[in-house]
Write a protein that binds this ligand. Structure first.
Ligand code: SAM
Length: 329
């Protein structure tokens, strides 16, 4: 595959490189802001699950100039430095990380908390949705410690089977909860963004890091918000039809633009978890496929016939949607 093929297939990936953004996700935050004016009056913000850092780039540019240090970015992965952004490397579901973030905002709460966190997807939808929900709840828990009254919380959400439970949990803390889908987020993806405005915790609520925030998702009796108890929040698409369609391929020479010239990624992740797989691939040591007929188990033919066509398992790192990293040098 040539190095331009991804540019053809993913116009936002290409535009991100051309505009100096570290990831195509930058457009999601920009389109959300266009719809909801997220940055209006914001001087202090937290970017949870921030690597490689395109949302932090947007935040530092939009809220009072670089060098102010009023953006705190947190991620499991190391992130290349950005002017005006304080970085914390850690797991947002861990108490120690949450405490470190909160400490930074002592006495001076944040106006905006954003979280674009995504787990490493397994392909098992229930597991992926559950993990995503846990990230969102961890982010919400941190937000309850650092947000000022009236503040705003924006978080990636998977619109899965149990999403209505998450909406109800968010509604406990915010006067307005919406579900938004920017044009730069693929229609084929269940990803959307919960936009929660007007932070207004219930009377008597005392933020407490030591216990999970309203987490009943493991309780099948509780998790039955359907029928008349189903919670529906408004669904808003952001970006009009004149913006690029993230599910379409575009020619390299875009209408109304100057002639195409390949641009390398602005800032590849500095230590991605799939680095080892990339090294093995470069050395030709990464197995591409294990086909059932290559299975080392003898007497495979005595097994009952599978109902579905036999699957091939690839050991390659899954394609990344956002913090795109190519294994080529
Ligand atoms: C889609 S990327 C974020 C892209 C980012 N918004 C940007 O614009 O560059 C998702 C990030 O979530 C991070 N992440 C996943 N689980 C996390 C956790 N428990 N704590 C902190 N970060 C986490 C991953 O390391 C990854 O960098």
């Amino acid at each position: 595959m040539g190095r331009t093929s991804k540019d053809k297939r993913d116009v936002y990936y290409r535009l991100a490189k051309e505009n100096g953004w570290r990831a195509r996700s930058a457009f999601k935050l920009l389109q959300l802001d266009k719809e909801f004016q997220l940055f209006q009056g914001v001087t202090r913000a937290v970017d949870l699950c921030a690597a490689p850092g395109s949302w932090s780039q947007v935040l530092s540019q939009k809220i009072g100039g670089q060098g102010s240090g009023h953006v705190v970015a947190v991620d499991l992965q190391a992130m290349a430095p950005l002017p005006g952004v304080v970085q914390i490397q850690g797991d947002i579901t861990q108490l120690s990380t949450a405490k470190e973030i909160i400490q930074h905002f002592k006495g001076c709460p944040a106006d905006l908390v954003v979280c674009d966190g995504a787990p490493d997807v397994t392909g098992l939808h229930d597991v992926d949705e559950y993990m995503q929900a846990q990230l969102l709840l961890a982010a919400l828990n941190i937000a309850t410690h650092v947000l000022k009254p009236g503040g705003c919380f924006v978080a990636k959400i998977f619109r899965g089977r149990d999403v209505t439970l998450l909406y109800s949990q968010l509604q406990v803390f915010f006067s307005s909860v919406l579900c938004a889908k920017p044009r730069s987020s693929r229609n084929s993806s269940i990803e959307a963004f919960a936009v929660c405005q007007g932070y207004d915790p219930p009377e008597g609520f005392i933020p407490d890091l030591s216990k999970p925030l309203l987490d009943h998702s493991y309780d099948p009796d509780f998790n039955q918000l359907d029928g008349p108890t189903r919670i529906i929040v408004p669904f808003v698409t952001c970006g009009d039809l004149s913006s690029y369609d993230s599910d379409r391929s575009y020619p390299l020479d875009l209408e109304g633009s100057s002639e195409y010239k390949y641009t390398p990624p602005t800032q590849p992740p500095i230590s991605p978890p799939y680095q080892e797989a990339c090294t093995l691939k470069r050395k030709g040591q990464l197995a591409k496929e294990i086909r059932p007929q290559d299975c080392p188990i003898s007497r495979v033919d005595t097994f009952p016939q599978p109902l579905a066509a036999p699957q091939c398992h690839t050991l390659l790192a899954p394609e990344m949607e956002d913090n795109e990293m190519s294994c080529s040098p």
